[in-house]
Design a protein around this ligand. Sequence first.
Ligand code: HEC
Ligand code: HEC
Length: 159
Amino acid sequence: MYLKKQLIVTVGVFAVISLCVAATLPQQQQSLPKLVNLKVFPKNIPYRMLDHEMDVWSASLGVRCDFCHARNDQTGKMDFASDAKPEKTAARHMFLMTAKINKKFFQAGKDTLGMVMATGVNCNTCHHGVSHPEVKAPEEHHGPGGPPPGGAGAPSSGK
Ligand code: HEC
Ligand code: HEC
């Protein structure tokens, strides 16, 4: 319990620090690229915040930037504003879906035990580091003699 509390505090502190850093870093730094094709993030999102979000998405899906972003054939450089890859569109849909789930089902409220639900889902909740989470239902393990002891639906051990 104590450990869990500490973890939450630590994560919280990190979140506050990164928000502060993002807020204090001058956005008018000339070197930062302009964001020109945002359709789901706020248009005025600080570059560093977007960059951080991109790192989180990449890690959650276990991919690199080029999984969603196309390269410019002429220059050979990444063209982050391009919508050429369907994976980028898919990611926008996923973002909207995630936001909707959180808004509808995870608004800070109380569950039946009176515990505050301050959590929600994010990309990693489903993806766990893979770009294509398994959509199939787990196989049922019926042995030759019918359903396993405990009946159908009993928890099976692993795959
Ligand atoms: C899972 C897909 C995905 C991955 C992986 C990903 N991105 Fe993105 N990225 C997007 C989407 C979707 C947008 C557009 C967001 C919007 O429409 O508001 C975007 C937008 C951007 C933009 C803004 C472009 C503009 O000007 O509009 C930059 C810069 C960017 N990503 C950089 C990166 C970098 C760097 C990485 C690797 C660390 C990365 N992205 C990984 C999906 C991804
Ligand atoms: C509620 C579970 C869930 C959440 C939350 C979720 N995803 Fe997904 N995502 C899936 C599933 C399941 C698939 C595979 C769909 C399929 O194979 O037809 C998928 C597929 C994708 C794909 C398409 C991969 C491909 O190769 O075409 C992208 C990109 C993606 N997710 C990005 C994201 C991002 C970014 C987030 C967070 C903003 C996110 N997902 C949040 C369940 C989720």
